[in-house]
Design a protein around this ligand. Structure first.
Ligand code: 3YE
Length: 195
């Protein structure tokens, strides 16, 4: 099976969805490692409780590349094939991204390329658009600009609150992220993706 690592900063709701999906009979991946950059992330405890084999915190340091290198070493040591960001709120260094090119993905709560950035849900609502969604994409050095893997559109009914829209998008993220990761995992294993 494809060996997956999940990066979180907080509750990591997509992390939980990924762990559950990995335990379905038709899954092509296993969550081997969870890393948070925040010591207080509740997702750390959730990952331990769920029985993820290796769970740790790597607080970010002043030197971004140094912090990323510490993560990189752990990921290498666990022979990770694919990295999934799940509410991970750090910009990854060029060095890290190039090491893991096409092996690191993210889910973003908007229809990229629309509404990049860390306030995408609020920005879409405030812009008054009638349609938003979520996007699974590869990570490139430029934030939220990597190749799109899967997208779902979500209609915004009149009067939708920010909280409600957040819930609607999150529910859809769980569906497309688990699907996209399972498909990537299947392809990587089939084609013996070179490490
Ligand atoms: N890194 C690269 N490319 C990407 N990280 C994420 C996606 C993505 C990526 O496509 N190279 C918010 C980052 C936005 C931010 O400015 N973070 C600060 C620190 C804030 C904090 O620690 O609370 C920073 O300096 O990194 C994942 C989503 C990134 C969200």
């Amino acid at each position: 099976k494809c060996r997956v690592a999940v990066l979180i900063s907080s509750i990591g709701s997509n992390m939980r969805a990924l762990i559950e999906a990995s335990r379905e009979f038709d899954s092509h991946f296993e969550v081997m490692v969870v890393i948070s950059n925040e010591p207080a992330a509740s997702g750390l405890e959730a990952a331990r409780e769920a029985g993820v084999p290796f769970v740790c915190c790597i607080p970010h340091t002043e030197d971004r590349v140094h912090g990323d290198m510490r993560m990189h070493k752990i990921l290498e040591a666990h022979a990770i094939d694919l990295i999934c960001c799940s509410g991970f709120m750090r910009i990854l260094s060029k060095e890290f991204v190039s090491h893991w090119h096409h092996r690191i993905v993210n889910v973003h709560p908007a229809l990229l390329p629309a509404f990049k950035g860390s306030h995408a849900i609020r920005d879409a609502l405030e812009a008054g658009v009638h349609m938003t969604g979520c996007t699974v994409h590869y990570i490139e050095e430029e934030v939220d600009a990597g190749e799109i893997i899967e997208q779902t559109r979500i209609e915004i009914p009149p009067g939708t609150t920010l909280e409600r829209l957040r819930e609607m998008i999150q529910a859809e993220e769980h569906v497309i992220y688990t699907h996209a990761v399972n498909e990537l995992a299947r392809k990587m294993m089939e084609h013996d993706f070179p490490r």
